[in-house]
Structure formats: C-alpha cells, structure tokens
Write a protein that binds this ligand. Structure first.
Ligand SMILES: Nc1ncnc2c1ncn2[C@@H]1O[C@H](COP(=O)(O)OP(=O)(O)OP(=O)(O)O)[C@@H](O)[C@H]1O
Ligand SMILES: [Mg+2]
Length: 148
C-alpha cells in the first residue's frame, strides 16, 4: 500500500493526470471515500492525462456511467445512486469494465459481488478542509507493477 497526502484539489487532479500516463487498455481503478473527498476531482485529472475534453467531465448524476473519448476511451462510473446491482447488468457494464478502455468507478464498494478480481484501489479520506489522504492498494499483479 502507498499512502500520500494531497493538500489541494489541484494536487489530487495532478495525481490523476500523472497516473493516466501509466495506464493501459483494460485497467480498472476503483475509488472509495466519503462525499467530497475528491473522487471526481481525481477523475478530472485522469481525463486530462488521457486528453479528454475537460469540460465534459462531471459526475454522472442521473446515469451510472459516462464515456469520454480520449487517447483511450474513459468509462466513468458513479455508483452513488445505484439502487440495485441489477442496473449494472442492464447497462452491460462488463463490456466497459473488461474492454479496451480505462474504467474508473466512484463508490466502487457498491459493486459488491461484481467487484473485479484485479484492480487498483484508490481510497480517499478527509484529513482537513484541504487535506486528503490518498491510499493506493494494488489488487493483482498488473496493479502491483503499476504502483511500483
Ligand atoms: N486535497 C483535495 N483534493 C480534492 N478535493 C479537495 C481537496 N481539498 C479540498 N477539496 C474540495 O473537495 C471537493 C471534492 O469534490 P469532489 O466532487 O471531487 O468529491 P467526490 O469524492 O467526487 O464527491 P461525491 O462523493 O459527492 O461524488 C471539492 O469541492 C474540492 O475543491
Ligand atoms: Mg464524485
């Protein structure tokens, strides 16, 4: 596990941007953390790193997933409003999760039994008004290589 502190939204976004450059098609990032810890801020940076038009990135409020076109397709899930895991099947989530793009999932813990076998877990925690603890945990070989 790698832990670091972000002391501004910009730092959190920059972290996403830098990580984007190391990602490969099919990579899955699972974000966890309370409301307002910076998950979407991180995704905005990630999108920038993948050359996605920034203005397009916001949390998918009424849908479970947004897809952005960049250097690689970016599939942005936000499961906050997911009421039933069956909704995931209805949108054909596995095609996105196990496809040729990058999948990033806010509130990933709500995937429950659909949680992938391997992924990079990114846990964000409040530490102060502008401070967040960001913890990276590699689940599976690919992600161990990635965080190393
Ligand atoms: N170090 C930091 N990193 C990220 N965001 C920060 C930081 N410090 C303050 N903030 C603020 O916290 C808020 C984070 O909002 P953001 O939408 O990214 O959170 P979220 O985790 O996606 O929330 P939600 O669960 O509602 O989707 C923003 O208003 C941002 O300006
Ligand atoms: Mg969000």
């Amino acid at each position: 596990m790698i832990t670091f502190i972000s002391n501004s939204p910009e730092t959190t976004a920059k972290f996403g941007e830098r990580l984007a450059k190391k990602l490969k098609p099919g990579d899955i990032l699972c974000l966890t953390g309370d409301l307002g810890t910076g998950k979407t801020t991180f995704v905005k940076g990630l999108a920038k790193g993948l050359k996605v038009d920034q203005a397009k990135v916001s949390s998918p409020t009424f849908v479970v997933m947004n897809c952005y076109d960049g250097k690689l397709p970016l599939y942005h899930f936000d499961l906050y409003r997911l009421e039933d895991i069956k909704e995931m099947g209805a949108i054909g989530y596995d095609e996105f999760l196990y496809g040729e793009g990058i999948a990033v999932i806010e509130w990933a813990e709500r995937l429950k039994e659909l949680m992938p076998k391997e992924y990079l877990q990114i846990q964000l925690e409040h530490q102060g008004p502008n401070e967040r603890v960001i913890k990276l945990n590699a689940i599976g070989k690919r992600y161990e290589t990635l965080i190393n």
